[in-house]
Write a protein that binds this ligand. Structure first.
Ligand code: ATP
Ligand SMILES: Nc1ccn([C@H]2C[C@H](O)[C@@H](COP(=O)(O)O)O2)c(=O)n1
Length: 244
């Protein structure tokens, strides 16, 4: 089943002084980058300020992974994973203010963030048939968003929405990304655990999508020396300069 959005982003009728972006003009902001670079948190906040929809494509890979795990599908069995991806009844919110992922009506919003899913998700991300189906659904969600959307993942600037008005590779040094993920998890993880969750997962995922270097026309934003607010402001500046 094709996923449907549970959100209709606000249709602005007045100028949007904070975003400084012309009202009424169609806008797709595509963001890629490695784990811990700040894609989800920064993109969500930028979407709020642009009064745009927000699509977390990683959540879709996570949902398929959880579905396979719960239904006993062997994640190394590519045809079975592809079939599961084609048939999954997946509904994802594209509101930046409401995180919601449903599989066949069951709320899996928190479950897809569990460490077991994070450890297993690369198996789905590297199953090309599964990618093709998720890319198809992601394009449909982007096309169906009212008139502005920020979509983030690993292949949005290159494959899902290469014609987006704004295309950004959000990076940060490995040290910054490991530190951020460690802080995010409340200091509960050892250095080795963090490396597995960030660096090793990226190494596996980058065999299926290139998010380590900016493709032609993609602007690189290195947030290593920026705090969260500075990164949001820098991304909004790029949006204004590229899209206006
Ligand atoms: N510029 C920044 N400075 C400091 N911390 C940041 C910055 N950007 C994001 N963060 C924090 O870093 C953590 C990781 O960010 P986030 O989850 O958005 O990364 P991500 O790129 O989406 O990772 P993943 O792909 O693994 O989901 C979060 O706690 C977030 O608040
Ligand atoms: N467009 C995308 C989005 C995500 N992935 C993969 C890479 C990750 O291992 C996994 C979960 O993403 P996260 O929630 O950590 O951002 O999904 C991908 O291959 N392509």
């Amino acid at each position: 089943m094709t996923p449907t959005s549970t959100n209709t982003p606000e249709t602005a009728t007045a100028p949007d002084p904070y975003a400084g972006f012309r009202v009424g003009k169609s806008l797709v902001v595509a963001i890629d980058g490695p784990s811990g670079s700040g894609k989800s948190s920064v993109s969500r906040e930028v979407a709020r300020r642009l009064r745009a929809a927000y699509l977390d494509t990683g959540a879709m890979y996570r949902a398929v992974t959880l579905h396979c795990m719960r239904t006993g599908i062997d994640l190394t069995d590519s045809p079975a994973v592809e079939a599961a991806t084609r048939s999954i009844d997946l509904v994802i919110s594209i509101s930046p203010d409401r995180e919601s992922v449903l599989i066949a009506g069951t709320d899996v919003t928190s479950a897809i963030r569990e460490p077991e899913v994070s450890s297993a998700v690369s198996a789905v991300a590297t199953t090309m048939g599964a990618r093709a189906e998720l890319i198809r659904r992601q394009r449909a969600l982007i096309a169906g968003a009212a008139h502005r959307i920020v979509a983030e993942g690993r292949d949005i600037t290159t494959v899902v929405a290469p014609d987006a008005e704004v295309r950004v590779l959000l990076t940060a040094s490995e040290e910054a990304r490991l530190r951020r993920r460690g802080d995010q998890l409340g200091g509960t993880q050892t250095a080795a655990q963090l490396k597995r969750q960030v660096t090793e997962r990226d190494a596996k995922d980058s065999t299926a999508a290139d998010f380590t270097q900016a493709a032609d026309g993609v602007v690189t934003l290195d947030s290593s020396e920026l705090d969260f607010e500075q990164t949001v402001a820098a991304l909004l500046t790029i949006v204004r300069s590229v899209a206006n």
